[in-house]
Design a protein around this ligand. Structure first.
Ligand code: AMP
Length: 315
């Protein structure tokens, strides 16, 4: 089972090709929808009274365990408003309302504490550490972060990095955190803090994996049109960690992590094809398997069979 802690949100998004005023979003939601193709996902989060049955149903339909999402009836769900430029890479945040997320300090259930795989999505590093300490022995734990924590809680973030197996950041975050322009050097600096892997997300250029043994990189799946990149990073993480979780009998080595990286890239390519979680919600396992296999056409990657979960049985 995979446990994820992070934002469960409503987003207002404007891109050159789509816009929405109140779409389901949040790092934990994008992550969970992606990872649910591979294993059971337990979401730890907090929402307000405006988060209704319709939203919970989107998660439940994918067999996602929402019992760790606390609903505060008199509060408001985390809200984020952002806008993308023509290149779909530059993003401006216009508004962030924390709502019930402001004093979020979860106590994990007994079940969540036994998670095999743990993802600490982008939240305060101090909170990531508190959650990490409640899951004593996951097979694999990973974290994401963002500029506000790099600038405001660098020490705590470095300590959190020392307590996980994998760091998943984008290129700008990796450079800002380490003060190093070379992504290779930046990744080495983070590996020295303790994790066994650093993954660098590079939007349309794909993603790279750095480990003490080596370096591996894959381009993004080539798409004619991107509708909305929101949540692509979390969707990538869901595919990446979902793949690790589903291969429970294999050692978590370089070979597995390379296949997992490709899986993250395949999932993220679907996420950006629709507004918010719209495309992920209607994604079918066969489409995913087909695109994963197709990655071989654009790279030297040799795909292994995708360890897909039986969603019909889970849902
Ligand atoms: P990404 O595009 O991968 O960076 O993820 C975007 C998602 O992160 C959106 O759905 C937002 O709701 C959520 N988000 C934006 N800002 C924050 C924040 N400060 N803390 C937690 N989640 C956030």
């Amino acid at each position: 089972m995979i446990a994820v802690v992070g934002s469960v949100a409503f987003d207002a998004v404007r891109t050159p090709f789509a816009q929405g005023e109140k779409v389901l979003g949040g790092a934990a939601v994008h992550f969970a929808l992606a990872a649910s193709f591979f294993d059971e996902v337990h979401v730890v989060g907090r929402v307000g009274g405006d988060f209704g049955e319709e939203e919970f149903a989107v998660l439940r339909q994918r067999g996602i365990d929402v019992s760790g999402i606390e609903r505060v009836a008199e509060g408001e769900t985390f809200f984020w408003r952002g806008e993308y430029g023509f290149d779909m890479a530059s993003r401006t945040t216009h508004e962030t309302r924390l709502g019930v997320f402001a004093d979020f300090n979860p106590t994990l259930s007994e079940r969540a504490r036994r998670a095999d795989v743990l993802f600490l999505a982008n939240i305060q590093p101090s909170l990531q550490r508190r959650v990490r300490s409640q899951v004593p022995s996951p097979r694999f734990a990973a974290l994401d972060s963002m500029n506000i924590w790099i600038q405001g809680q660098r020490g705590e973030l470095e300590a959190a990095i020392g307590e996980v197996d994998c760091v998943i950041l984008n290129d700008a975050e990796l450079r800002e955190l380490t003060g190093l322009p070379s992504l290779y050097a930046a990744a080495q600096r983070l590996l020295a803090l303790g994790p066994q892997a650093v993954v660098c997300k590079q939007a349309e250029f794909g993603a790279s994996l750095y480990t003490p043994e080596g370096f591996f990189s894959l381009p993004a799946y080539p798409l004619e049109q991107v509708i909305d990149p929101t949540g692509a990073g979390d969707t990538f993480a869901g595919g990446f960690l979902g793949y690790v979780a589903a291969n429970r009998s294999r050692p978590i080595d370089e070979a597995l992590l390379r296949e997992a990286l490709a899986c993250g890239i395949a999932l993220a390519s679907f996420n950006v094809e629709g507004l918010g979680t719209e495309r992920l919600q209607r994604l079918q396992p066969q489409e995913l398997a087909q695109r994963y296999a197709e990655l071989a056409r654009f790279s030297s990657f040799t795909p292994a069979p995708l360890p897909l979960r039986d969603l019909a049985a889970a849902g």
